[in-house]
Design a binder for this molecule. Structure first.
Ligand code: ATP
Ligand code: MG
Length: 358
């Protein structure tokens, strides 16, 4: 018998605690159906409750506790009434991303039948692409400083960091993903007209990488027009790769174009599997609806499907995606989509389809 996959289950705060059981339920159902052995390891830290009890978000040996796991399945973190957001975020999620070198942030963007689209006239099928964001360097650094603070002469400098290794590895991931898809199309976000040192170099690295992928159709687009096209012509996109800052913007804009935040999943990947990757919904802890049992669990469930796919179980991923599609089409639906169903009813409906569909 093969060794079971070991998955750390980290619900975190707020609705993370409500959607996680539904995610685990569906992942476990898919595992049963496809004969995948999984061992779930429940983790109570990386939450503001834990911080309240102990004074920190995670125990000092957190890396030893989960570093050998196959994946981290993560709900949401943040409860500003107990712990300031920058403390909870930097004390948990951002530590995982950094210490586990999760240099790809992957977000599927897809419009489903049955989900009202904020963009007029869009049909399901019009929007179906991936945003690949560089997750470890680029514009998000602490390098720089202020001089002449508080005076008229005040100057502030913040540097960006683009390494060849860091850039090439995220580009390679994006090219590989584009090559695996039917349309084989890759859009490279840039701003080489205005940001005249790092972005022309980023373009050069993309050109160099493209030589190894002659079957991939590559186009470079400036970030400003690219944002406009996400809204005006989303059908143009297949895979989009971007630096940390540009990718941050695109990976919120994309899902916003496809309806509720309750659907959008994400993956923080260490593609080589030297460290565990982390799978989480895009949404936060949503204190405003916590305790009502009405949070949409689909983003959590879809993130679980991405996790199974990343760990090599494509069929299990596909079965969950089909079950999500069908549920969105025929109901039940949670209130964010105009329905009256509870979080648990959606989880049960999707589980049922995963187990019974032909
Ligand atoms: P973050 O923690 O990422 O900074 P945030 O705290 O600003 O995010 P969210 O917690 O994602 O925001 O909540 C934003 C809004 O979306 C809230 O009104 C919340 O109720 C709603 N929302 C978020 N997730 C869901 C969900 N799964 N189902 C239904 N509504 C949701
Ligand atoms: Mg929040």
């Amino acid at each position: 018998m093969t060794k079971p996959l070991k998955i750390a289950v980290i619900p975190g705060d707020g609705i993370g605690q409500e959607v996680m059981p539904e995610g685990v339920r569906v992942v476990a159902a898919a595992a049963r159906r496809f004969g995948i052995a999984i061992e779930f390891d429940p983790i109570e830290w990386a939450s503001c409750d834990y911080h309240e009890r102990t004074g920190s978000m995670m125990p000092s040996d957190w890396k030893a506790q989960v570093g050998g796991h196959d994946a981290l399945y993560f709900g949401a973190v943040g409860w500003p009434a107990k712990v300031p957001d920058h403390v909870s975020l930097w004390g948990s999620l951002l530590k995982f991303r950094r210490e586990f070198d999760q240099y790809v942030n992957l977000r599927p963007v897809r419009l489903f039948e049955g989900v009202p689209c904020p963009l007029a006239g869009r049909q399901p099928g019009d929007i179906d692409f991936f945003v690949v964001r560089e997750n470890t360097e680029g514009e998000y650094t602490n390098l720089g400083g202020r001089i002449f603070e508080g005076t008229e002469r005040e100057i502030v400098i913040q540097e960006s960091v683009f390494s060849r290794r860091g850039t090439d590895r995220v580009l390679r991931y994006a090219f590989e993903l584009a090559r695996s898809r039917q349309r084989r199309q890759l859009t490279v976000a840039t701003k080489s007209n205005g940001i005249a040192i790092s972005m022309p170099w980023w373009d050069e690295r993309a050109d160099a990488m493209a030589r190894g992928y002659p079957e991939v159709i590559v186009d470079k687009q400036h970030i400003d027009i690219l944002c406009a096209r996400f809204v005006l012509q989303p059908q143009r996109f297949d895979v989009v790769v971007a630096s940390n800052l540009f990718g941050d913007i695109l990976s919120d804009l994309g899902p916003a174009c496809t309806g509720t935040i309750g659907l959008a999943p994400s993956a923080n990947l260490n593609p080589e599997r030297n460290f565990p990757s982390l799978f989480e919904p895009v949404h936060g802890s949503a204190p405003d609806i916590f305790g009502l049992g009405i949070a949409n669990p689909i983003a959590m469930i879809w993130s679980g499907a991405l996790m199974l796919q990343f760990l090599g179980h494509q069929a299990a991923h596909d079965a969950i995606l089909r079950a999500i599609e069908l549920t969105l089409k025929q109901g039940p639906l949670t209130p964010d989509l105009g329905g009256t169903a509870t979080t648990a009813q959606i989880g049960a409906a999707i589980e049922e389809i995963v187990l019974r569909q032909p």
